[in-house]
Design a protein around this ligand. Sequence first.
Ligand SMILES: Nc1ncnc2c1ncn2[C@@H]1O[C@H](COP(=O)(O)OP(=O)(O)OP(=O)(O)O)[C@@H](O)[C@H]1O
Ligand SMILES: [Mg+2]
Length: 251
Amino acid sequence: MTADDAPLRNMLHVVERAYLTASGLVPAPYVSALAATTGEERQVGVLCLDIGAGTTSMATFAQGHLLSNDVVPIGGNHATFDLAQTLSASVYEAERIKKDHVTLASVAGGDQDVIAYVLADEEAGAASSTTKGQARAIVRDRMLRLFGDVASRLERSNVARYAKRIVLTGGASQQAGLSELAADFFARPVRIARIQPVGGLPAQFSSPAFSTAVGLVQVALDPTAGTQWEQGGLEAGGYLQRMGQWLRESF
Ligand SMILES: Nc1ncnc2c1ncn2[C@@H]1O[C@H](COP(=O)(O)OP(=O)(O)OP(=O)(O)O)[C@@H](O)[C@H]1O
Ligand SMILES: [Mg+2]
């Protein structure tokens, strides 16, 4: 696994400036997936998508091994910005519309329902309105673009066939109806992560928005977390086994 030197060094400087020492480095997509998926899913084959604010991380597992990870530069904030731009609304108003009024479920209905909001920019303060259908179409387009990028990266990394099911996590995975849209797009079973707060973390950490933090705590408590699997009987033989061994030794 590779990472740019400069951002890593900057991050370690930030930690040191807080009078702390980093005891190790673990990739965010990996730990997020550890918290979001079950050991059984990682055995059978799973793609975990952590849909955050500005990015979506991808981690594919099979036979208990991390096979591949990647990051797509699209997240939930892009949908908010699309709404803000198209409706001439503030980002605050767009975020409210997205969370409170948009559902991507196909049978949701109510497309003609009116959503009132306040205009931004030169007409700041003036009232305007849109419909649920229009708001839904804007968010849906952005999420479909995200899924398209995920699908092409998955194909390029040659691990698409191992992604038997998909688990969505990250704050933006809470978008109503998103799992249904993803299941239609990827033609695979999709579920939203249920995070179990570990190590005395408060109950609020059970939100998918905290999967990376919960996964980090999990690995800090047990550095072997997620690395135990049954030996032998690997579908892809030596390649998977060598890759898993290499990852295990690298962490
Ligand atoms: N209920 C909700 N419905 C839809 N979107 C939501 C909801 N709650 C949070 N979000 C979106 O989740 C995103 C933030 O997710 P998260 O907290 O995982 O981001 P992050 O980890 O800080 O960002 P990144 O991973 O890009 O660095 C925002 O785009 C926000 O609009
Ligand atoms: Mg994140």
